[in-house]
Design a binder for this molecule. Structure first.
Ligand code: 28F
Length: 681
């Protein structure tokens, strides 16, 4: 008579000698005792042996690494959880001993041991333990939501263990059978009568041939997995016992009892301890159909800024790390619930941009559904595919969420404001990313000489086209790197007014300019791709500078007229003179301006120190910044084509810049008295 708590009796001496496998002596009437009505061995569909499992373990448990090793534990405890969820077990015990053997015990109905109709010499137990998918086609009456099926069944554990002992207390009898690598090493033994005990115990040691001889169960991982199961099904108590030596120096206790009637609400509360929150109330609920099909439980709270959300979802207490249809239902219910709540508050417009991503971005959620014969997808079957799950979850959560939002207006308002802010932030980021994307695309072809500004967007950005490297150097030092780019051009540029297309294409300076602007030329011109809001021609304040400016204006006029029409082209106005007297310094852009300043600022004083700037390159960067580049102090001349005399303009450009020198000569002759004006253009 086995009298200890431990189904294995913990009494090695009692184990039978290695006798030949005895025939199953105790004949348990088919269907077991009345409490287990509805079961018959015939309900098991025998499919195939275990050889394929040892040949390719990865096909069954996803690999032979540590994650796969712990999958063995999941398979065994899931069988016990099935018994608990089906209402037949209330306590599950998990034990890890010093030799690394792991045992799981439940007080369910006990795996049937009656002879299998198709294999008279084998018990149902042996068939279940030694054939793949032996429980594959459960009669749906017997197993409502068997999570064990999700995986591959306990026979896989058997195949991959170098020792596996199973004990069954059923029908007031205690049975035992030992296996190694999936093969029976004893027959079904009857150990004696047990009066007030029932259930199943499996003790196993993973096969070093499969997992390597370093393979060891990680107590912390087992502890968390066992605890998680107890959170997922409040109707079960899970006891944890681990050899103290294996957890010494860790924060894993040698003993613990998990029992969480608060279910996922408690689970979530533990997971988010210490995190900052948008609102402090957990939104949770539960629909319980005796743990049967369509039961579900959820708990959600929103984490504050800087936190990333998560959803831990499960189906029949099996983790679904890849999410799936149940998580979709949760997401839809929360999104629509919030949108409708916004509508009720008259804030539908504000919430119009809110998407599921905004709602779930910092949501911390737990979701557990129970589905009969769930379908999983993906190689590791970690994603729930049962379509009905989405509807089951959405309907249940949506209804409860509407009530929760209405019942807790302050929580609801904080939450609504939060998700709206996230939507707005997401749209802002997307806009910036769009610009950066375009810039990044074009950046790939940017000329090496370009000193670009760090501002990714076009708005507020400026390109200074500068004549010569020394001026370029001063400009690069004087500029505001955030918003001002500098492209130095080497001396005179090609006169496009009379240049052939391929001469234009071959001109590196103009190619550099075109690439820096990024907007294409002629019919290919794309204003939305222009990389700068202002294009500023900054040449010396002398005749040469004026000539280069004319050539550049001709280039823009012929190749990018819309850039001029768009008001993007400017001439910088660098100073020609520096006037200083008694610590006061001012700058004049030309002779007339110099005379005017002498009168107004220096009141006609005589000993004014007057310096003439030969070129931008000889200006100190600080002076160049102060006089010509700093937005707050500079003067810019916008280049415009007067819409009235567009034809006249074309004619003038042609006469002045075209390839007929006599036209240019005549033009200047006719306007000799204005020559002064030309120089000052
Ligand atoms: C430590 C691991 O494996 N527990 C289990 C049961 C109970 C039944 C069962 C298992 C029914 C039809 C196959 C008993 N009586 N713990 C466990 N407890 N399997 S596994 O049935 C086997 C299936 O085909 C059981 C009446 N119905 C079911």
């Amino acid at each position: 008579m086995a009298d200890s708590d431990d189904l294995f009796g913990g009494n090695a001496a009692r184990s039978l000698p290695e006798a030949e496998a005895p025939k199953a002596k105790a004949r348990v009437p088919a269907g077991g005792t009345p409490g287990e009505a509805g079961y018959t061995a015939a309900a098991i569909e025998v499919l195939e042996g275990l050889e394929p499992v040892r040949r390719r373990p990865g096909m069954y448990i996803g690999g032979t690494d540590e994650k796969a090793l712990h999958h063995l534990f999941a398979e065994v405890i899931d069988n016990s959880m099935d018994e608990a969820v089906a209402g037949h077990a209330t306590v599950i015990t998990v034990e890890l001993d010093a030799e690394g053997r792991l045992s799981v015990t439940d007080n369910g109905r006990g795996i049937p041991v009656d002879p299998h109709p198709k294999f008279p010499d084998k018990s149902a137990l042996e068939v279940i333990m030694t054939t793949l998918h032996a429980g594959g086609k459960f009669d749906s009456k017997v197993y409502e939501t068997s999570g064990g099926l999700h995986g591959v069944g306990i026979s896989v554990v058997n195949a991959l263990s170098d020792l596996l002992e199973v004990e069954v207390a059923r029908g007031q009898q205690l049975y035992r059978q030992v296996f190694s690598r999936g093969l029976p090493v004893t027959g079904l033994e009857t150990l004696g009568r047990v009066l007030n005990r029932r259930g199943t115990k499996v003790r196993f040691k993973p096969d070093a041939e499969i997992f390597g001889d370093k393979a060891r169960f990680d107590p912390a991982r087992l502890f968390r997995m066992a605890r998680s199961k107890a959170y997922l099904f409040g109707g079960v108590e899970i006891r944890w016992n681990c050899d103290p030596a294996l957890v010494a120096g860790t924060d894993v206790p040698a003993e613990a009892v998990f029992r969480f009637p608060g279910g996922l609400r408690d689970y979530l509360a533990r997971e988010i301890e210490g995190r900052n929150l948008v609102a402090d109330q957990i939104f949770s609920g539960k629909i319980d159909k005796d743990g049967g099909h369509g039961s579900l439980e959820w708990a959600v709270i929103w984490l504050g800024s800087g936190e990333d959300g998560f959803v831990n979802s499960y189906c029949n207490t099996i983790p679904t790390p890849e999410g799936g249809t149940h998580e979709q239902g949760l997401r839809i219910a929360l999104l629509r619930g919030l949108r409708d709540h916004a509508e009720r508050l008259g804030q539908a417009k504000r919430a119009a941009n809110v998407t599921g991503d905004d709602v779930m971005a910092t949501a911390a959620g737990m979701l557990s559904v129970f589905i009969r014969e769930p379908e999983f997808q993906g190689q590791t079957k970690d994603k729930l595919a049962t379509l009905e799950a989405s509807r089951i979850v959405e309907n249940a959560v949506r209804d409860a969420f509407d009530h929760w939002l209405a019942a807790s207006p302050s929580q609801a308002t904080k939450l609504l404001d939060w998700v709206i802010e996230r939507a707005d932030e997401r749209l802002r980021r997307r806009a910036e990313k769009e610009v950066q994307r375009k810039t990044a695309v074009r950046k790939l072809r940017l000329p090496g000489k370009l000193a670009d500004c760090s501002n990714a967007g076009t708005a507020g950005s400026e390109l200074f086209i500068v004549e010569g490297d020394s001026a370029g150097g001063s400009a690069k030092q004087a500029r505001d790197r955030q918003t001002q780019a500098v492209l130095p051009l080497r001396g005179k540029i090609l006169n496009v007014a009379n240049a052939t297309r391929d001469k234009l294409a071959a001109n590196q300076q103009l190619q550099d300019l075109m690439q820096a602007l990024g907007c294409g030329t002629g019919t290919q011109y794309r204003p939305e791709d222009l990389r700068y809001e202002k294009v500023i021609i900054m040449t010396d304040a002398d005749v040469d500078g004026a000539h280069i400016a004319s050539l550049l204006i001709t280039y823009f006029y012929r190749q990018m007229p819309k850039l001029i029409d768009g008001g993007h082209l400017f001439l910088a106005v660098p100073p020609l003179y520096r006037l200083s007297h008694g610590g006061k310094t001012v700058y004049a852009r030309d002779d007339a301006h110099k005379d005017e300043l002498m009168k107004t600022v220096f009141k006609g004083k005589s000993n004014i120190e007057i310096g003439r700037f030969k070129g931008l390159g000889e200006m100190m960067p600080a002076q160049l910044k102060e006089t010509t580049m700093d937005r707050r102090k500079r003067t810019l001349l916008r280049v415009e084509v007067d819409s009235e005399d567009r034809l006249d303009t074309a004619a003038v450009v042609e006469r002045l810049m075209g390839n007929k020198p006599e036209a240019r000569f005549n033009f200047i002759q006719e306007r000799a008295e204005f020559a002064k004006e030309l120089v000052d253009l």
